[in-house]
Design a protein around this ligand. Sequence first.
Ligand code: MG
Length: 379
Amino acid sequence: MSDVCLLGATGSIGDSALDVIRQHRERFSLRSIAAHSNVQKMADISKEYPDAKLALFDENSATELQRVTGKKVFAGMEGLLELVADCDLVVNGLTGSVGCEPTLKAIECGKKIALANKETLVMAGEIIKEALKKNPNAKIMPVDSEHNAIFQCLAGCKNAEIESLQITASGGPFRELPAEKFSEITLKDALNHPVWSMGKKITIDSASMMNKGLEVIEAHFLFGVPYEQIKVVVHPQSMVHSLVQFRDGNLMAQLGAPDMRIPILCAMAFPERLHLETKRLSLPEIQKLTFFEPDFKKFPCLTLAYEAGKAGGTRAAVLNAANEVLVNAFMQQKISFLDIPRGIEHCLSKIAEPGGELNLEKILFADSNAREAARNFLD
Ligand code: MG
């Protein structure tokens, strides 16, 4: 039996994780739930799991949840960290950079972490790696479907045996849209993902292919593979979740229905495999799977992410923070779709590397500077 702390309980990963827990009450007990600010949904989950401890990142929302439920509600980053310290397994499904500190705390406490928050590794990959070395009991199991696929393909292999990681991308809704039409893209177009049903921020990131760029950086830190050996392959059906090419000519792929409950359960139950009530893939029904090279010209976010990753330091934190602000502005229809990569480039050029040894303060400082530079770009 594992006591689970679910961060990001009210989001899309939270929904899927709650369903996985419902299907395996004999294995997982929901110890605590936390979210950013969704009071109503937290109150609903708390009704189903009355013993689960509660936390909200947004302090006003925490006060409101306390009023609605009559229960103690932990508040702010401190509240989240408190819950993380008291469980066996952390499922981190938070969106954005707020997910970083809880992951670090979970590592320091030697927890098992099912990690869906890719920003953790994008922002602070170096620091996470160091923290994992110091806390050998802690373990990160990737939930992001691509990384979960690679994790499964690698099972027990040595890094020297890897020739390349091949991360698949659906290509998003604009894969076939000609470059000259990109200036006309609306919010509604960008939110219309052809395969996956996900949170809004990640759906926009998929449309710009920034999501894939962030995943390249995530893969670099998770698996310790150089950027030169990480490739992106466009695969519109999203049935092959990623592949590993080995030096002996073997190419391993992982397939499954595009359902996040599959990687979530895999990560939560590892190294066991538990039953999951979900659709099975039928290859004769699918008949055809297709693969393409990504178009770096049409999707500059992909290039920006590779460059930021390779440059190291706080570059990826700047890229990530600028992207969050700009995607938010795009969702409020304040900027165009093409302004997202333009704004990110602007921020990367404005913010200098701090130099010296990298630490969390420098990363968080670069993150807040990037947000400010992105807001200035909007004015
Ligand atoms: Mg993914």
